[in-house]
Design a protein around this ligand. Sequence first.
Ligand SMILES: NC(=O)C1=CN([C@@H]2O[C@H](COP(=O)(O)OP(=O)(O)OC[C@H]3O[C@@H](n4cnc5c(N)ncnc54)[C@H](O)[C@@H]3O)[C@@H](O)[C@H]2O)C=CC1
Ligand SMILES: O=C([O-])CC(=O)C(=O)O
Length: 263
Amino acid sequence: MKIGIVGHGAMAGALRGVLAQEGAALGAVLVRPGGAERVRAALPADVAVAETLGDFLASGVTVVAECAGHGALQAHGPGILAAGRDLVVAAVGALADPELETRLRAASACGGRLVIPAGAVGGLDALAAARRAGLSSVRYVSRKPPAAWLGTPAERVADLSALTAAAAVFTGTAREAALAFPQNANVVAAIALAGLGFDETQVTLMADPAVTGNRHTIEAEGAFGRMSVTMEGRPLPDNPKTSMLAPYSLARAVLNLDARVVV
Ligand SMILES: NC(=O)C1=CN([C@@H]2O[C@H](COP(=O)(O)OP(=O)(O)OC[C@H]3O[C@@H](n4cnc5c(N)ncnc54)[C@H](O)[C@@H]3O)[C@@H](O)[C@H]2O)C=CC1
Ligand SMILES: O=C([O-])CC(=O)C(=O)O
């Protein structure tokens, strides 16, 4: 297995650290055009830094972790899969766009595998199993500190710098949330894909000055019974929007692609 990473931000940096700790080989990084020189200086000399998808694939990576957001998955996801490389995605919310979901599914049908990790949340194994028995409702609530909602549509519904109590910044379906909050609602999409789908999964996003980390709660009911899972995640030091668990979840998904015993 030769691993490639798309992106060079907070999640990619944390993922590189976990892979190094696990002794896994990082072969190449794909960055935005014009970004290679700066990134090359920050990486070991044996890691190729590419600015085009062609150069990235030519480096021989067999498994790719996308850590770069919706635009990058849109631009590169179908090409990576069509080239037969397995793709573990962070920007799961981009699949709320039906056209991109169709393109990715079509590319993976005769190419590499598309892997949706749980990311910053837990419980998706149970949810995906429960779906087979029949689910009647799935609800997700996110609570993050006001600063985690800066630069998002939340700014139009709450004065984030002056909040003294929790405020709902979004209520609606998983599809609406994933498309409107591309940096904060990717777990919503993973929950939707594991469970009841983008249009039947109910979502509430809260800006809450009382929480220090990112709190995610999934509640589901169905023939199996009921589940309630709450994750209280620490944010990554370099990006308060992103939970620390997310890069570890991507690392798990990448390493499981090469494991003889899969846990
Ligand atoms: N599934 C999950 O649980 C989670 C998913 N995410 C997703 O992961 C993404 C990355 O998160 P962070 O690293 O914290 O964000 P970040 O803003 O720190 O880093 C994003 C990086 O991607 C790069 N990038 C953007 N477009 C690119 C392109 N077309 N080609 C190559 N590189 C490109 C940027 O230059 C930057 O280096 C988020 O935008 C979000 O979509 C974030 C948190 C949790
Ligand atoms: O990392 C998190 O807490 C969740 C997140 O931002 C996302 O799902 O995009």
